[in-house]
Design a protein around this ligand. Structure first.
Ligand code: IPM
Ligand code: MG
Length: 375
């Protein structure tokens, strides 16, 4: 078979698989609701690079704020090893099968950063987990109270540019193609999550952010379906924006504080939430929730920072992001008081400590100690 014919066959397989996926999405369930009495097993997967350093602090904080519940056996913390880059490469699996099984046996997962190899065909562990657990809503809050900024990003987390990101085609050395996928159901559920958040939290505006002038099919569908959902929420204004001007708006002090909730396809959400986190104080300061029907995974928004490990300065990593992810996890499992206590302590610790990521600044352990002393 020529490379050209192989590419066509490959494309046909992708098409069949995506049509089947779109069909399955019709049966997807709404997010599981916890209550204060729910028995919950929290998996802790430290990950790679600075992951174990920051996870240690998150674990200490979880043990402190959940003390009673842990002793009463209502909450269990379970460490999940086996999500390291060494093991993933050795097995040739982005998330080893036994590790995925261990994660599935938990109710929620707090995950440290995992290294994604550049090039090759090994998929990112994040992408695999989001797909395998169908964690379709990536929820990222960014707040800058001194500027009146209180943003909530609803990034679609299972399709767009990511779903076939490792399955592009290169029929000859001179041509490469990747694929972007949008489905009606996939868009409807993320839009609904964003508008529900707006409704429950008294927000009056949702920005639907795409590049539908260029990505006419996929982003065009995303925008249309998001507007359909918006029609179910008459009190909430839905605005269309393009991603390029929105990237500019976020750094425009004249208008940025008027944005409240954003809903957007996967890759734009990836990029713009890093920008927003940087405005808040750096990617080390923002937490991220990945919510699906059955499972939810909470993680630091940043990567594993292998450079810090190579330079021997991993202990200076900032655990703030994973601690904020833990705050979101606690809210998700209906432990709002524990979440509140931890959030207040993290806010206060980040005000007084100097996390530069280098010698001279404070260490992850010092940040963790400070948080514990403030609880
Ligand atoms: C994120 C990260 C991931 C992504 C990487 C690690 C695959 O950047 O969670 O934003 O691109 O989604
Ligand atoms: Mg990212």
């Amino acid at each position: 078979m020529s490379a050209y014919e192989e590419a066509i066959l490959h494309f046909r397989q992708l098409l069949d698989a995506q049509l089947a996926r779109a069909e399955r999405l019709r049966a997807a369930e709404p997010p599981r609701r916890f209550d204060a009495q729910s028995r919950v097993t929290i998996g802790l997967a430290p990950g790679d690079g600075i992951g174990p350093v920051i996870m240690r602090e998150a674990q200490r904080a979880a043990e402190a704020v959940l003390d009673d519940e842990l002793r009463a056996g209502r909450v269990t913390l379970r460490t999940i090893d086996g999500l390291t880059i060494e093991r993933r490469l050795a097995l040739g699996q982005p998330v080893p099968a036994d590790t995925l099984e261990a994660i599935r046996a938990c109710d929620v997962l707090l995950k440290g950063p995992t290294t994604t190899p550049k090039g090759g065909t090994m998929e990112s562990a994040n992408v695999t987990l989001r797909r395998e657990l169908d964690l379709y809503a990536n929820v990222r809050p960014v707040r800058i109270p001194s500027e009146g900024i209180d943003w909530m990003f609803y990034r679609e987390n299972t399709e767009g540019e990511y779903v076939l990101g490792s399955q592009g085609i290169q029929p000859d050395a001179g041509l490469a193609m990747d694929f972007k996928v949008t489905t009606v159901e996939g868009t409807r559920r993320i839009a609904r999550a964003a508008f529900e958040y707006a409704r429950m939290n008294g927000k009056t505006n949702v920005a639907i952010v795409t590049k539908a002038n260029i990505m006419k099919k996929t982003d065009g569908l995303f925008s249309a379906v998001a507007h359909e959902v918006a029609n179910e929420y008459p009190g909430i204004e839905a605005e269309d924006w393009y991603i390029d001007i929105m990237a500019a708006n976020l750094v425009n002090p004249a208008i940025r504080s008027r944005f409240q909730v954003f809903v957007l396809p996967n890759l734009y959400g990836d990029i713009i939430t890093d920008e927003a986190a940087q405005l808040q104080g750096g990617v080390g300061t923002a937490g991220s929730a990945n919510i699906g029907g059955r499972y939810a995974m909470f993680e630091a928004i940043h990567g594993s920072a292998p450079r810090m490990v190579e330079q021997g300065i991993a202990e200076y990593a900032n655990p703030e992001s994973i601690l904020r992810a833990l705050v979101m996890l606690l809210r998700h499992i209906a432990r709002p008081q524990a979440a509140q206590r931890l959030e207040a302590a993290v806010n206060a610790a980040s005000d007084v400590l100097n996390m530069t990521g280098e010698p001279g600044g404070n260490t992850a352990r010092q940040f963790g100690d400070k948080v514990l002393s403030l609880l």
